[in-house]
Design a binder for this molecule. Sequence first.
Ligand SMILES: Cc1cc2nc3c(=O)[nH]c(=O)nc-3n(C[C@H](O)[C@H](O)[C@H](O)COP(=O)(O)OP(=O)(O)OC[C@H]3O[C@@H](n4cnc5c(N)ncnc54)[C@H](O)[C@@H]3O)c2cc1C
Length: 407
Amino acid sequence: MTTSSDGTAAPVWGDLSDDARAVLGPLREFLDAEVRPGATHRDATGEFPRAIVDELARLGLLGMQVPERYGGAGLDGETAARVIEEIAAADGSLCLTVASHNSLCSGHIMLAGSEAQLERFLPPLARGERLGAWGLTESGAGSDAAALRTRATEEADGTFVIDGSKAFITQGGVADTFVIVARTDAPTEGAHPSDGVSAFVVDGDTPGLSRGLPEKKLGLKSSDTTALTFEGMRVPGDRLLGTRGAAFRDVMRVLDAGRIGIAAMAIGLGRAALDVAARYALEREAFGRPIAHHQGVAFKLAEMATELDAARLLTLRAAALKDAGRDFVAAAARAKLFASTRAVQACDNAIQVLGGYGYIEEYEVGRLWRDARLTRIGEGTDEIQHLIIARALIRHYAAGGRAIDLP
Ligand SMILES: Cc1cc2nc3c(=O)[nH]c(=O)nc-3n(C[C@H](O)[C@H](O)[C@H](O)COP(=O)(O)OP(=O)(O)OC[C@H]3O[C@@H](n4cnc5c(N)ncnc54)[C@H](O)[C@@H]3O)c2cc1C
């Protein structure tokens, strides 16, 4: 092994930075003591862990990438991905709460907000005094987000009146601050359907906003998911985020960045499944030896470790590209597609390694599989990731590119 002059191992790409260590050390201690032990219980009750979210705020993790001047921790994207992975390895539901608050709600405000909006809306979100949510999806508009029908009609004094509904909104029932995407202008003849879409920052207690009952989900049960309905919801003009009618591009950029977080979440869940499976395989004996020494079991563990390592490298690379201000769209889609599908497979392998016990709730791997399954759907399904990757590939080759310099 190559060592540096002080005798420590020479750093390689993918190692934790000193900044990341400073964040992850206390976080791991907190997760081991306060979060992981209750994850199975919260999965059974569906209880939203408000006190834990407040603790994460105290650790600075509700303003992970918010610049310090707005009260955030100002973490780079690679460190933020490591944080997300770590939280997911302890509790997937909590991870989705943190990821959507940070990357969707605060992320959209950071991307499109005016200086006055950044100063007004980011600090309470970053300090965790207000929980954030992001409303794009509707019952008739998911992958085809531009088909959204929620309308925002501008009145003479600049107030917008919003009517419509949203589906599957994370933190829908508990958020204080929403970013809501609505159509301010009907698309004109020949224009793209995404034209005329705007975004607004909306307070949770705005008259005309109603929250649905918590959805009964397959997994991520202590993450809050509800529908929202808007009936004559009046929003002052200074809540318009970005340029009127041109928010769809911002929406896509928010999702591009959010995919790095969902990839990291998948890795954390897969990693937890590998931990359970490997420990079990060393203890459980069959045919006179630990099942880890049966090749059929050992190869499953090897496959899990290999694919999770590859997924983490893809994810950190997408985060590094984004941090460097380079095009990261296809890299993030590749990371999310690979990490989420491989994490679900890792959880499935873990169930198989545990045999009958894998099918019993107490053994955690079933929850990990149910939680991981969302990562193949949220912030763009597998199929949408394939579309993004394929489109970038076609553009690349049409412009004379080669496989060695993929975007
Ligand atoms: C737990 C949870 C939390 C969520 N949180 C939020 C949130 O906070 N905010 C928010 O706005 N949304 C949220 N969502 C919504 C989520 O982003 C959507 O569910 C997702 O984008 C898919 O949309 P859909 O459910 O309408 O499926 P559809 O778009 O109807 O897709 C159905 C199937 O058709 C496939 N398909 C669609 N179009 C194509 C195509 N062109 N080519 C090939 N296949 C295609 C899809 O891949 C999928 O397999 C959440 C969803 C869940 C389940």
